[in-house]
Design a binder for this molecule. Sequence first.
Ligand code: ATP
Ligand code: MG
Length: 566
Amino acid sequence: MSTEIPVPSLNFIEEIIARDLKTGRWSGRVHTRFPPEPNGYLHIGHAKSICLNFGLAEKYRGLCNLRFDDTNPTKEEQEYIDAIKEDVRWLGFDWEDREYYASDYFEQLYEWAVKLIRDGKAYVCDLSADEIREYRGTLTRPGKDSPWRDRPVKENLDLFERMRSGEFPDGSRTLRTKVDMAHPNLNMRDAVMYRILHATHPHTGDRWCIYPMYDWAHGQEDSIEEITHSICTLEFENHRPLYDWYLDALGIHHPQQIEFARLNLTYTVMSKRRLLELVRRGHVRGWDDPRMPTLRGLRRRGYTPEAVRSFCDRIGVAKFNSTVDIGLLEHCLREDLNKRALRVMAVLRPLKVVITNYPEDRTEELDAVNNPEDESAGTRKVPFSRVIYIEQDDFREDPPKKYFRLAPGREVRLRYAYFITCNEAVKDPQTGEVVELRCTYDPATRGGDAPDGRKVKATLHWVSAAHAVEAEVRLYDHLFIREFPDEVEEGRDFTANLNPDSLQTLTGCRLEPSLAAASPGDRFQFERLGYFVVDPDSTKDRPVFNRTVTLRDTWAKIESRMQQEQ
Ligand code: ATP
Ligand code: MG
């Protein structure tokens, strides 16, 4: 008999933390941070980082800070800061009072820079940006020392102070580390610490005209906040020696930088720069366009925070870059919405049906189940009357094989209502298009079953014409036609792969009357069609719904195929 208790496996970062807790490396502390640069809105990739950092803090009873890495005033805005806070909260995480700004540390960073100058570890360099690049060398060629490298400490101190006080124009000087211009790691070849930039900062205003570079700021910020595990994406792996060098040179608290693979998703782009381009060039309606992979785009599309968190859990944390199938994200969403979304009936492309043997002045209230997955959601009344709408797609004049829905002479079930038989298709004499069906119903089948045991092969959703709410419905598809939007012919950019049919707007859709009371953000399953959410563009007279996701689960299919192949 096995006595082994299965231990849930840890990802590599959890293994590091578990080991540190055992050895007492950080005196039992776990302190992480999520450090966005406020130069755009958060996307699903950031969600991975948020879930990871806040998740580790939760799991190991530690803390996670929210820190704005606001070191580049030309691209950063208060609007983004506010939006980032809103989105992190929406995801379900709380930084309590630990909201920090890199800009709050500018004075401390300056003092530390002065210390490095005094210690002979930094110097003021007069090379231009282009010259610095040229002097840096390449992976195969060592760099060349800057002619300003051996400036006396006193001169460096004087120039650096004057840089700060605004004496010099943008780009004319930098402060650099003095490490090794032949170092095999290019980041170690006298890295730039400060550049001159006469720009107004959202937090510090015009107080500064020199701004720290990311590498110089980041580790020191981590140190000030006494972070233990500084988790970042793989691109920073070869910045780690510099991260370590700064902290060692200053002799201050030294967190461990750990890199993990960033999230990439098929059929979309993830960098803020790209997303900003889509917004600026008008390819989408804004950062919150429901086709965007931003958290506000996903929210407007109808995503739940639970679905996003479950997705982040499932993709795991690894050390190699890969691209996740967007089908997995949609799968997590369906799984969550299936549990919580109320079922309703809505007809997107209406076809009028007159039930000729149903009395003209009659209306019945039929019982409909709100959520078969959740008994406590109860039932509601749906009105039925002589004229109803069904989906155009649910009728074929000339049905192909295996098409079991309505056709001339055929009987089908109307969900929660009756069996109806189609007797006649009325056509528009000009276009030949079917515009109305004339059917009869069997009063004995009320509720959806025939007492004589006769079967039908299809059940259709429907909406009573006299009671229907008219709405606009927006259907979305992938924003790009290719799995990897960056695959383009030479000379073109990723926008060449935009999907021209990513948004389809339907008007004149008919919804069951219970939806008249829905408000923005409310989510529903339209039976047989998918999950939908009320869009903020809705008005009282004209509701607007977004299709969040269809019911068809391509990921479930992929998964079952994989299982069969095993
Ligand atoms: P982008 O390339 O989209 O502009 P970024 O890395 O420049 O992203 P930051 O605001 O600096 O954006 O990111 C904040 C945090 O989120 C960082 O720790 C970063 O590593 C992480 N992050 C950004 N994009 C992803 C992603 N696709 N997957 C996982 N983590 C990410
Ligand atoms: Mg960045």
